[in-house]
Design a protein around this ligand. Structure first.
Ligand SMILES: [Zn+2]
Length: 423
């Protein structure tokens, strides 16, 4: 290559780079860091790594290569894109508890621990409670909301409001949700809120060891309670300022199941839209966390259909957040994941010929290697596992530029939200 050609090529490259450079990068970076937002919507795809996004795009394109190039997710169109590390205080491979704790509090903790510090011994010894972004927002008079397709007491949402030494202590986590002051609560997990001898409108067995009826206690505190699609659809946003809607005894259905059911539970998009409608009435602003919680479960189960369809359903919730944010420039929307799950490999359909063009995705984690020959694998566990890879982060709105300044750690999500909300 001649020197002249190389120089011209560099100039062209620089020109392309400059034209592609989004606002908030380069010289504008410091300025955008100081921006304040009135509202923050944090959307967490549980188990949603880069391959899950690619697989969702492939599904959206109808597995059609000629359409694939023009197929984008809503989250692909956000202003800034980066990646975050996910390790916990005691493991390269995190579970949702410390990953969500990191984003909610800015601190690393041990696997299985919910918003207590790294002196905690899971299930044995309490550590020091860590203040969460939701608690700071509440204290400052902002409205707060939590939406999840899992039990609302599951690790990812729990880390925003509860402090326990073990993520499995979901009765206590439910008790702490009642005390948290969270204004809008939508998801699954009703069986942790209704005691042994209390009537559960969904039927089914209580998961509590006591006889407390937390739903009654929420209602006493002024919450409106709904438990099915009909009740949810009849809500009128402006008349409801506190809402608890738990639509399943355990996790909500996978999107494919939900679409097939007769009395449909609300979708994660519908729950997000409703939460925003209620929370945005507060002039001081709001903090809302939305979890696409079952992408992770689908990956554990090595179910590609549920992985892609739940990712696409979550992407519709992202659209609801972006549509709201587009009405003004006062909402920071962040989309990220707590960790990847499944070690999803998008390998060619024909391992000997890429030219055949197709894909044969495979969940490659949870395979134990023997001490024998290098490629001799002993066994595949029934469940695929989480992995240690970095995961995507996208952001739009005030302060979004921060996520594109090199690798970020998951603790940086807390720092960013705290800063833009001025908490
Ligand atoms: Zn998981």
């Amino acid at each position: 290559m001649s020197i002249a050609y190389s120089a011209v090529r560099s100039l062209i490259f620089l020109a392309i780079l400059t034209s592609l450079m989004p606002l908030g990068m380069g010289a504008d970076t410091a300025k955008s860091d100081l921006e304040n937002a009135k509202n923050v919507i944090l959307l967490i795809g549980d188990g949603m790594g880069f391959p899950q996004l690619t697989a969702a795009r492939v599904e959206k394109s109808g597995w059609n290569l000629s359409d694939y190039g023009n197929t984008t997710l809503n989250m692909d169109q956000m202003e800034q894109t980066g990646y975050i590390s996910t390790f916990s205080a005691n493991s390269f491979v995190t579970d949702s508890a410390p990953a969500s704790t990191a984003m909610a509090t800015g601190h690393k903790t041990n696997n299985g621990v919910i918003s207590q510090d790294a002196t905690t011994v899971q299930g044995i010894k309490d550590g020091k409670n860590l203040t969460t972004i939701l608690e700071l927002a509440e204290k400052a008079g902002l409205s707060t909301g939590l939406v999840s397709t899992t039990r609302i007491t599951h690790a990812t949402p729990a880390a925003f409001y509860a402090h326990v030494d073990n993520r499995d202590n979901e009765s206590e986590i439910a008790n702490q949700l009642l005390e948290s002051g969270t204004d809008v609560i939508l998801g699954g997990g009703l069986s942790y809120f209704i005691g042994q001898n209390q009537t559960n409108p969904l039927g089914g067995k209580s998961k509590r060891s006591d006889d407390r009826n937390l739903i009654k206690e929420f209602i006493t505190k002024g919450y409106v309670h709904v438990y099915n699609g009909t009740g949810f659809q009849s809500l009128t946003g402006n008349k409801t300022s506190k809402l608890i809607g738990l639509f399943e005894n355990s996790h909500m259905q996978y999107e494919l199941q939900r679409l097939d059911s007769s009395d449909k539970d609300p979708s994660v998009e519908e729950m997000t839209t409703k939460a925003i409608e209620i929370l945005s009435v507060n002039d001081k602003g709001f903090f809302l966390m939305v979890e696409g919680g079952r992408i992770d479960h689908a990956c554990h189960e090595r179910s590609l259909d549920n992985t892609t369809m739940d990712t696409l359903a979550f992407d519709q919730a992202v659209k609801a957040a972006l549509d709201f944010a587009a009405k003004n420039n006062e909402t920071l929307v962040i989309v990220t994941a707590d960790h990847e799950c499944g070690g999803l490999v998008l390998q060619p359909e024909n391992l000997e010929s890429y030219e055949a063009g197709g894909l044969n995705p495979y969940f490659a984690s949870g395979i134990a290697r023997t001490s024998g020959p290098r490629y001799d694998f002993l066994t595949e566990m029934v469940e695929a596992t989480h992995t240690a890879v970095d995961v995507p982060i996208m952001a739009s709105g005030p302060g979004a530029g921060k996520v594109s300044q090199g690798r970020m750690d998951n603790t940086g999500v807390f720092v960013l939200i705290k800063k833009v909300l001025g908490l």
